[in-house]
Write a protein of this length. Structure first.
Length: 302
């Protein structure tokens, strides 16, 4: 007999909505309700996104550029990903937490993929892992899924393939390329992927793949017919400091707000209007200290 017993799924802490699961995402696809997804890299961003009701949070290897200042995603390490994923986990109560497997952590072998996926779950609390690549990655998806770890696949414009692709270019424009991506998606679904990210492909192709798959598609630069959409947090709020791709919509200008606040802070400190007396601590009335004397100014002369 299990020592843990069974928990009624309907009994949850007050104020906490039902946690999103792979089954939840599948139900959203079947009902036609769009899935919302967003990257998150630390406690504050994850908490805000989770409280806003975002369905899926991705600790993306895009943190290499968005947070760490690298030119591409290739430099980010397992330690980097684990560090940021732990912070996001602490803030996340409802959303499905997916963590990217970084470049070099799964390309060498199935064993490496499984080992690093297990680390993401055990050490960072991931609900699922994500990896890039088509049918060639099906063996990895199958092995990780067999270890009871949900896998999100990623095809189309795959940033870890930037050197092979010769830059960040739209994929699947020709009939051969388009049908290859459809075959990739079907192979990954067959291997057990719970969802597939479609990045940088024509909207017509994304619509076809979405219609042919039983699992959800999450689009980024793939048009409106995907089952869900994902964007990078810093792109949404104007904090990426780069020329954004055409598929990015900036929903707020956080950079402008922060610049204004920083200028006001600098001015207040420079003009000695911060901190005010009411923003300072005071000694008790019965404690007396010597009066403060103004320092003498040194006078230099030749």
């Amino acid at each position: 007999m299990s020592l843990t017993g069974f928990r009624d799924a309907a009994v949850r802490p007050l104020g906490v909505a039902s946690a999103v699961t792979p089954a939840s995402l599948l139900a959203l696809k079947r009902s036609g309700a769009p899935i919302t997804a967003l990257t998150a890299y630390d406690y504050p961003t994850a908490r805000l996104a989770d409280e806003a009701g975002i369905d899926m949070l991705l600790v993306g290897d895009s943190l290499a550029m968005a947070v760490l200042g690298h030119e591409d995603t290739l430099a980010v390490t397992m330690d980097d990903m684990l560090h940021h994923a732990r912070a996001v986990r602490r803030a996340t109560q409802r959303a499905l937490l997916v963590v990217d497997l970084p470049y070099g952590s799964y390309q060498i072998s199935v064993e490496d993929t499984l080992r690093n996926s297990l680390r993401m779950v055990k050490e960072a609390g991931a609900n699922a892992v994500k990896l890039e690549g088509g049918a060639a990655m099906a063996s990895r998806v199958r092995a990780v899924s067999a270890a009871e770890i949900p896998v999100v696949a990623h095809i189309g414009l795959t940033p870890q393939s930037v050197n092979r692709m010769g830059g960040y270019r739209v994929q699947g424009r020709s009939e051969i390329e388009a049908m290859t991506l459809l075959d990739d998606a079907l192979a990954l679904e067959d291997a057990g992927a719970i969802a597939i990210v479609l990045e940088g492909i024509p909207r017509e192709l994304a619509a076809l793949i979405t219609a042919r798959l039983h699992v959800p598609t999450i689009g980024i630069g793939a048009g409106p017919k995907c089952d869900g959409q994902i964007l990078v947090w810093h792109d949404v709020f104007g904090l990426s400091f780069r020329n954004a791709p055409k598929f990015v919509r900036q929903f707020e200008d956080a950079a402008a707000l922060m610049r204004k606040g920083l200028e006001e802070y600098r001015t207040a400190v420079s003009e000695r209007t911060f901190p005010r007396d009411e923003e300072s601590y005071h000694l008790p009335a019965n404690v007396n200290l010597p009066e403060t004397e103004e320092p003498e100014l040194s006078v230099w002369s030749e």
